[in-house]
Write a protein that binds this ligand. Structure first.
Ligand SMILES: Nc1ncnc2c1ncn2[C@@H]1O[C@H](COP(=O)(O)OP(=O)(O)OP(=O)(O)O)[C@@H](O)[C@H]1O
Ligand SMILES: [Mg+2]
Length: 236
């Protein structure tokens, strides 16, 4: 899937300017950039939550103009959110099941599949808890279970490890890196920690002020003079 010359303007503010980005199945693509760089806006454009002001988003060679988020999901593009977005009065398992049912599974299969995912994420013991009682970091794990309950072609993850301890974050990131092999999909991951993103990404993009500052393999990006002068050594 790809963004082609995508720009987004909010009133006068250029949140994204002429952004080109591609994610292929089987790779983990990193997306980094400082607060307000436009990372979430880009993921929103790639999943139907934000319409580009100009430019196109292509999924499976189709122009997605006018597609709402459910159409993106049905076409195989799943996402997670920076914050939970769970049904707070439902159980953890039900929160994952409803996504499965929405995508056509019967209730029993959806429950079984939800439990497989929760187990993989290490939170099967919390399946019967009310989602509203979860810690922020577990909410995000449930979001990942939802995104993968029926394996998508692409999963876009908005800072899945934010707020986690180093050990917890590393564990989660190692699960993320196993997603292409286990589910056969491509991953786009937003992550602030430079060391982490350099380790997990096949390729990465650096977004700055709504523009792609650099893109390439971790080695290429680390050697890019624009990146060196702006960020070297910093977590962005
Ligand atoms: N719905 C909106 N209406 C107006 N401005 C918005 C909207 N959403 C985002 N913005 C602005 O667009 C810019 C990009 O925001 P975005 O949330 O995409 O950044 P980000 O890179 O995800 O930041 P962070 O690292 O803090 O999550 C910011 O200046 C933000 O204030
Ligand atoms: Mg964001």
């Amino acid at each position: 899937m790809s963004a082609e010359a995508v720009s987004v303007k909010f009133q006068g503010l250029a949140a994204l300017s002429d952004v080109n980005l591609t994610v292929l199945r089987g790779e983990v693509v990193g997306l980094i950039g400082p607060n307000g760089a436009g990372k979430t806006t880009l993921v929103n454009c790639l999943t139907g939550f934000q319409r580009p002001t100009t430019g196109r988003v292509i999924v499976a060679r189709e122009d997605t103009a006018g597609w709402a988020p459910p159409r993106f999901r049905k076409a195989g593009v799943a996402r997670t959110f920076q914050a939970g977005r769970l049904f707070r009065d439902m159980t953890v398992a039900e929160n994952v099941e409803v996504t499965g049912v929405g995508l056509g599974l019967d209730r029993k299969t959806a429950h079984a599949q939800a439990m497989v995912m929760l187990d993989w994420l290490g939170i099967a013991d919390k399946a019967d808890r009310t989602a509203g009682t979860l810690a922020y970091t577990d909410e995000r794990r449930v979001g990942i279970a939802r995104a993968l309950v029926i394996p998508p072609a692409f999963v876009l993850m908005d800072e899945p490890a934010a707020g986690m301890s180093d050990a917890e974050g590393e564990e989660l990131i190692s699960l993320v890196t196993s997603i292409p092999g286990k589910f056969g999909c491509g991953v786009l991951i937003i992550e602030h920690n430079m060391r982490v993103i350099m380790n997990v990404s096949t390729r990465l993009y650096v977004l700055d002020g709504g523009r792609i500052l650099a893109g390439g393999t971790p080695a290429e990006v680390q050697a890019n003079p624009a990146v060196i002068s702006a960020y070297l050594g910093a977590d962005i």
